[in-house]
Design a protein around this ligand. Structure first.
Ligand code: IVH
Length: 698
């Protein structure tokens, strides 16, 4: 076998593995730059030695993100990607080629290259009708209902400048703020956090439940319009038309008339991108004139009138001094690298993520090595490879015992992380559980913070969450630097937590994988702790939107004797272990039989039904002469409409309905959080505390 043949085989294998990590697992383990470098090498080798190309070569296919849960639909217009480069030389070549082909200097529009998931959205007669992922470029997943939840995408537009039917493309992104909140919540409930905003975005748009998607704080920028009757002669003008029609179009664009201007834009954003509230991974250059675009045409995969310049993820090498193993609240073990301090992307980096045991083994990372640290889109720097091994270095042996309590670690089949199973006796797990219990979204005992939890634990006052309810002021006062007033407030805080509603108590228990939403779902479906603690996996799954892993985790929690004892003590202490029936909000729909149809801008169908009940109305599912009110959404069925007209039933659209129930003066965000709070019975106790949970990203 020749050296080249060997290299082709090995590159194919490695790249296929990375493609799998990226597309299937949504968990890339190398940077785009390294991936693209290897792919380029393989493409080049295959060109020179076509006889050695492997049948499964990654160059033969475009990665696909089609999953089974969504209907696969064909794109009306193929969704091409852009040729990309990391080299300024290739940008010059691109520019010169265009000058030669169109025989004049082009106007080039430079745009940000958003790092999210691309989407194609169709509008017909001013209405948003369909949204499809890129998929393999020919066909993608129909994610209409999920994309509908992205608040920056208009559901209807009114523009005389746009054709009746058109399709536009853009990028769904997750701003840093949403990303941080999402990951904080995932870590809190023991789920693996997303590695970067791009993965979090693609994961979010493929969620089964659109309601969950709505909470992810996604956003969308549009950057390309297709079709025959485009409303302008240049890309720039066309984007302005779209902006006027209500689409979110980036301001950060520049019309460039020379290569120098293009490079100035690229260099500016290479640094300035750190100040953006979302990730970009490069700059896109497009020929502005549609006539010139047409002259230049397309290759099989890419437009010849556009190119993407990709930023190199900032990378430095430094020495790995040691590895710490952190134990989280749920017992998850996270290896963290201690590094020789090094300057990277404007900050000094001393610690970096090492992910998990597999990653350490795959990259053969050893203490003493010179390692590459990278800060790409990610907020936390990570180690992406080894520059050189230290001569005396030894292979890293992942720990087998918990560094905090000594318990033998376990690794659940299919999970990358190791866990300490000693959940009720391992100090960081105990402290973490108590911190979670008192936290704002759980029992909201504001007077107890992380420090107080540590003090109480170290003094032997609390060993679990139930111990909190046995505390006396005298005991608390003995703690280090504890004033009389503070001790009193702590006891008061604990006392008033006894009124926190059941759904938040369920969340506060800290059952693995049970986040806020899941806790509410469980509380409202099962009503009390008796039913919840006795539910089987099957019964839990039947609640809906609860998968096997979560159901099993709940069953495991209540199968643990110690947990059962803790819950029993909490019941004795007088916490709320039964769901409260809701109070009515108004009598505006009293006695009315109401039917809804279509989709609504401000509510999901479940939400509007709940709102109807809260205002005294009764939901009915079919139209009859006894129906009093027909609330019409978008895309209502023609049969229903005809019947309602025939029976002379009062019809109101969503705005009119909102006026009827007296909420039209409120801003959309306030309204949404109100509904969410009312639905989950939050109103009485926590009207000001939890708004941000439901407040959608701007
Ligand atoms: S234009 C036919 N503009 O980068 C050209 N793409 O392969 C259509 N992207 O799949 C794409 N920002 O997901 C364009 N300002 C921008 C972009 C952009 C991000 C993404 C898009 C595309 C990929 C390039």
């Amino acid at each position: 076998m020749t050296v080249e043949q060997e290299r082709i085989i090995s590159l194919t294998k490695v790249l296929n593995q990375h493609n799998y990590n990226y597309y299937v697992l949504s968990n890339p383990t190398i940077s785009d730059f390294e991936f693209d470098k290897m792919l380029e090498e393989l493409t080049d080798l295959e060109k020179r030695f076509p006889e050695f190309r492997q049948p499964d070569s990654p160059t033969l296919r475009v990665g696909s993100d089609i999953s089974n849960e969504f209907k696969t639909v064909a794109h009306d217009y193929r969704m091409l990607s852009l040729g990309n480069t990391y080299s300024e030389g290739e940008i010059t070549e691109f520019y010169n080629r265009i000058v030669k082909e169109i025989e004049q200097k082009p106007e080039i529009i430079c745009e940000l290259k958003f790092d999210g998931a691309s989407i194609s959205v169709k509008y017909e007669n001013g209405q948003f009708v369909r949204a499809v992922t890129r998929g393999d470029g020919e066909k993608g997943d129909d994610v209409t209902e999920n994309i509908r939840t992205v608040k920056s995408i208009p559901l209807s537009i009114n523009s005389a400048e746009l054709p009746d039917k058109f399709e536009i493309r853009g990028e769904i992104i997750m701003p840093h703020k949403s990303f941080d909140a999402l990951n904080a919540e995932r870590i809190e409930i023991g789920d693996t956090p997303f590695a970067n905003c791009r993965n979090a975005t693609s994961g979010s748009i493929k969620l089964i439940n659109p309601k969950e998607v709505a909470k992810r704080g996604l956003d969308c920028y549009f950057y390309y319009m297709m079709g025959r009757n485009l409303p302008a002669k240049t890309h720039y003008e066309c984007m302005q038309v779209l902006r006027r029609a209500g689409f979110k179009i980036s301001d950060h664009v520049k019309l460039c008339h020379s290569l120098q201007e293009i490079f100035d834009f690229i260099h500016y954003w290479d640094t300035e991108r750190r100040n953006l509230p979302f990730d970009i991974d490069g700059i896109v250059l497009k020929v502005n004139s549609y006539a010139q675009q047409e002259m230049l045409g397309f290759t099989a995969k890419n437009p010849r009138w556009a190119i993407a310049y990709k930023f190199k993820a900032e990378q430095v090498s430094t020495r790995l001094l040691s590895i710490d193993y952190q134990v989280g609240r749920t017992g998850a073990i996270t290896p963290v690298a201690n590094l020789e301090p090094v300057q990277l992307a404007g900050t000094i980096v001393k610690r970096a993520s090492l992910h998990n045991a597999d990653q350490i083994a795959l990259l053969d990372i050893r203490v003493g090595d010179m390692v590459y640290v990278e800060k790409g889109g990610e907020i936390i720097p990570k180690i992406v490879g080894v520059e050189s091994h230290d001569v005396f270095s030894e292979k890293t042996q992942f720990i087998t015992k918990c560094p905090e309590c000594g318990a033998e670690l376990v690794r659940v089949e299919g999970e990358a992380k190791h866990f300490c199973p000693n959940s009720n006796n391992c100090p960081p797990q105990i402290k973490g559980k108590i911190e979670h219990f008192v936290s704002r979204k759980a029992m909201n005992i504001e007077t107890i913070g992380e420090e107080t939890v540590a003090l109480m634990y170290d003094a032997g006052l609390v060993h679990n969450i139930a111990d909190l309810y046995d505390l006396t002021k005298e005991q608390v006062m003995k703690l280090d630097r504890m004033a009389d007033k503070s001790a009193e407030n702590i006891i008061k805080g604990i006392e008033s937590s006894k009124q926190v509603p059941f759904e938040r108590v369920v969340y506060a228990l800290g059952i693995r994988h049970v986040g806020e939403t899941m806790a509410k779902k469980l509380a409202f479906a099962l009503k009390d702790i008796e039913t919840l603690s006795n539910a089987t996996v099957e019964q839990l799954i039947a609640v809906g939107d609860i998968g096997e892993v979560i159901a099993q985790s709940i069953v495991d929690y209540f199968a643990n004797d110690e947990n059962v004892k803790i819950v029993a003590r909490l019941i004795d202490a007088g916490l709320q272990f039964k769901v409260k029936e809701q109070e009515k909000l108004s009598s505006s729909l009293d006695g009315l039989s109401v039917i809804i149809s279509g989709t609504f801008t401000h509510y999901s169908r479940d939400e509007i039904k709940k709102v109807i009940e809260l205002h005294g109305g009764k939901n009915v599912s079919s139209i009859s002469k006894n129906t009093d009110l027909f609330v019409t959404g978008e895309n209502i069925g023609p049969a229903k409409l005809e019947k309602a007209t025939k029976l002379n039933i009062k019809m109101v659209d969503e705005d009119e309905f909102r006026r009827m129930i007296g909420v039209s003066d409120q801003s959309m965000n306030d309204l949404l959080s109100d509904i969410a709070e009312n639905i989950s019975g939050y109103r009485e106790n926590h009207i000001n505390n939890d708004n941000d949970t439901y407040r959608l990203a701007e």
